[in-house]
Design a protein around this ligand. Structure first.
Ligand code: SF4
Ligand code: SF4
Length: 284
């Protein structure tokens, strides 16, 4: 069992590293082309052409004028559709498995856990934290509104994802460095602070948790109430008293599952349909 647990966590880590390297390679190749150096076979696609959120912020522009927001390409629309489909099936898989900035924060968290041990990720009182989690929806509305009215990718100037891969280019704004620095420092105390409180794309994909086809289901009949699932969840979601996790912050990382942390086999799994024994569903 322990070997299997390590195996499923390793698969996710490999996927995360793979996407991180692919994005690094594509962005580096693009930035080199800008200064006249071409890497054979890689091409010159920009970070915007491989960002599915670019499709989201361009929807208004596309329907009004039939064109895209400056720097956004058709590929963003295709990636947006793929990510939406995946989210409809299993929630924000993009956040938990693909997004390089989510992975980057997870790797910082490993250091935070070493420093603060059990206190890590538990510094903010739940009563305050649960309201702070809705801040990302304010950011989402603001980004869509500002992009629609200006036709420019204004979020780029404060986007830590953009900063991570372009920190050495002349396109960087000072605000980008400041936000990036704040997120890195927070990341030593809180797991995935950007995902939890500020990411507009995470906010949008989080809505799919309310009606995804395959959910995280807890079998109340076999659960021994050890609360291992609650303790391991990087997004601090209360799991042990729910039958189906519908929390808007779930990132489908599967850390809580019987394959990884729940000590009882076949008790916490990704499944379609209703939970084996209904308890209180979580829509909070
Ligand atoms: S640990 Fe479970 S509930 Fe928490 S984010 Fe990961 S999959 Fe969702
Ligand atoms: S880890 Fe498994 S057994 Fe323990 S409380 Fe969670 S679902 Fe129940």
């Amino acid at each position: 069992m322990a070997k299997d647990k390590k195996k499923s966590a390793r698969i996710r880590l490999v996927v995360q590293i793979l996407f991180f390297l692919v994005v690094t390679l594509i962005v580096t190749a693009h930035n080199l082309v800008e200064i006249g150096v071409e890497i054979p076979l890689i091409g010159s696609a920009s970070i915007h052409s491989i960002c599915p959120f670019g499709g989201v912020v361009s929807i208004y522009e596309f329907f009004v004028s039939g064109s895209f927001v400056k720097k956004i390409h058709e590929s963003s629309f295709i990636l947006m559709a793929i990510v939406f489909l995946l989210s409809l099936l299993a929630g924000p898989v993009f956040c938990g498995w693909v997004c390089p900035f989510g992975s980057f924060q997870e790797w910082i968290a490993k250091l935070g856990k070493k420093i603060f041990k059990k206190r890590f990720n538990h510094f903010i009182p739940y009563k305050i934290d649960k309201y702070l989690r809705f801040l990302r929806y304010v950011v989402l509305v603001w980004v869509i509104y500002m992009t629609a009215t200006s036709g420019q990718l204004l979020f780029q100037n404060i986007d830590p994802f953009y900063t991570l891969f372009n920190f050495y280019t002349s396109e960087m704004a000072i605000s980008g460095y400041i936000v990036f620095g704040v997120i890195v420092v927070l990341g030593f105390f809180v797991e995935r602070p950007f995902c939890k409180y500020a990411c507009p794309y995470g906010a949008l994909l989080g809505i799919f948790n309310l009606f995804r086809l395959f959910g995280i289901k807890r079998n109340a009949a076999t659960c021994i109430d050890c609360k291992a699932c609650d303790k391991i969840c990087p997004m601090n979601i209360p799991i042990s008293d729910k039958s189906t996790i519908r929390n808007h912050q779930c990132i489908t990382c599967m850390k809580c599952s019987s394959e990884q942390s729940c000590p009882v086999p076949d008790t916490l799994n990704l499944e379609a349909g209703k939970a084996k024994k209904e308890a209180k569903d979580d829509a909070a």
